[in-house]
Design a protein around this ligand. Structure first.
Ligand code: ZN
Length: 451
């Protein structure tokens, strides 16, 4: 079978179904109609059945949109089983006045379509469907298809797989909530940074006091906080907190120009930190001040500020325990004692990062498959965001190889206005995923099956 021409013949139907799915505002956030989420669920179930999947069920968990769970049995007992993951819910559209077309009216753009969620993650869900169609519903491996409906808001499903490991048992998984470093550059995402948050607060006076009468000797809470925050980075902007892991990044990354455009950094504005972009973004720590409580500038009283606080977001090396990293940050802030003032520092929830083992047969098969999908050598990259479910799945099925790739690309405005997907990337993802099943099944068989 010539996979490429088969997929080319499927593209019109796949893009039409993608547009149908993207026209449904399946936003699983409070305040949005649940009926739309269920409508997307029902459409996908129908599409899976039409693609030849006999076993489709739903997993219902408390306060969680239904998870679609489907199985295609392996063609023979020696074939491996691959789990395919995606999600059918989307981010809210945000300020609709910033959109060039209504977010739930899929609209042609050069080489693709624009709509909320059309890349994240409906493109990848449709890629799974494309693989089923390419094989006429009989792929060369067993499949477990898991498509959740509340990824963007978060749900009980993140913690579910370890409680029901048998259901998720597989030899490899394709976590298709991902995509390429840039359009046309096939990319395997091998690392995700961990995340934690810390709130730091300082109270210096029982209440505000006239800055003329007291300023100069009365301790200024805002100044103390700012001084403590200034000690988190060195003069280059690199994180200066001891105990946070930072390694050289060995994979591919953005060019500086790509990063400037993606981050909307004006010409002449220096970037922060030193070392390669991969190291700064993916294999090193980042500390961002994401909130600050202090009097507003307009209408500020001439007074010494008695109380201030800040919320910090910490991103850590994929392999560093985020709690250990948080402890290092908390200790650094407590020990800073700006002007001798004690700070109150509290840590909140931490989410672990993820680093894929890249030496196994599924990774070798995936490299061949991605080359086939996009016609050029695949690159290794990482991603700044975390996917909590990946850790849940990895804990449930510790021996399975985890592959992260898909139809998105770094320029597709995920979670931002004017999200779009490119047909070239969707096509590449369908070919790559289908080729992966073929390559992996062959490698698995020649290695003598499950060890
Ligand atoms: Zn997503």
């Amino acid at each position: 079978m010539d996979l490429t021409s088969t997929v080319d013949g499927l593209m019109d139907g796949l893009t039409a179904d993608l547009a149908r799915l993207a026209a449904i505002p399946s936003i699983a956030f409070p305040g949005y109609p649940r009926s739309e989420v269920l409508r997307a669920h029902d459409l996908l179930v129908e599409l899976l059945r039409e693609a030849g999947v006999g076993h489709v069920e739903r997993i219902d968990l408390p306060d969680t949109s239904p998870v679609i769970y489907a199985e295609v049995p392996p063609p023979d007992p020696d074939a491996p089983t691959v789990l395919l993951y995606g999600h059918y819910d989307v981010q809210p559209p945000g300020d609709e006045s910033l959109w060039l077309s209504p977010p739930f009216e899929p609209t042609p753009v050069e080489g693709g379509l624009r709509a909320r969620g059309i890349a994240d993650d409906k493109s990848n869900v449709i890629a799974h469907l494309g693989v089923l169609r390419a094989y006429g519903g009989r792929p060369p491996t067993g499949l477990k298809i898991v498509i959740e409906g509340q990824e963007e808001y978060g749900s009980a499903f993140d913690e579910y797989p370890p409680t029901d490991p048998g259901r998720f048992a597989c030899d490899a998984m394709v976590i298709a909530d991902m995509g390429n470093l840039r359009p046309g550059t096939p990319t395997l995402t091998t690392g995700l940074r961990g995340v934690a948050e810390v709130v730091v607060e300082v109270r210096t006076l029982a209440e505000a006091r006239h800055s003329g009468g007291y300023g100069g000797a009365a301790p200024d809470a805002l100044l103390a906080l700012v001084r403590a925050l200034a000690g988190l980075h060195d003069e280059n902007g690199d994180v200066a907190v001891p105990g946070l892991r930072r390694d050289e990044w060995e994979g591919a990354s953005y060019t500086e120009q790509e990063f400037r455009e993606l981050a909307t950094v004006a010409d002449g504005m220096p970037l922060t930190g030193s070392g390669s972009l991969g190291e700064r973004l993916w294999s090193g720590p980042a500390i961002t001040v994401i909130g600050l409580d202090a009097p507003a500038v307009d209408g500020a009283a001439s007074a010494v500020v008695p109380y201030a606080r800040a919320r910090l977001n910490l991103r850590v090396h994929p392999q560093q325990d985020p709690r250990q990293a948080t402890d290092a940050l908390v200790r650094h802030l407590r020990e800073s004692r700006p002007y001798g003032i004690e700070l109150t520092v509290a840590a909140s929830d931490a989410g672990p990062g993820f680093e894929a083992a890249t030496g196994g047969p599924a990774y070798r098969a995936a490299r061949t498959a991605l080359r086939e999908g996009w016609g050029t050598e695949p690159q290794f990259a990482a991603s700044g965001g975390s996917i909590p479910l990946v850790n849940g799945l990895a804990r449930a099925v510790p021996h399975a190889e985890v592959l992260l790739f898909g139809a998105q690309d770094s320029m597709c405005n995920l979670h931002a206005p004017n999200e779009r997907v490119l047909f070239s990337e969707l096509r590449g993802a369908v070919i790559a995923e289908a080729a992966f099943l073929r390559e992996y099944a062959a490698a698995f068989r020649s290695a003598g099956g499950r060890r």
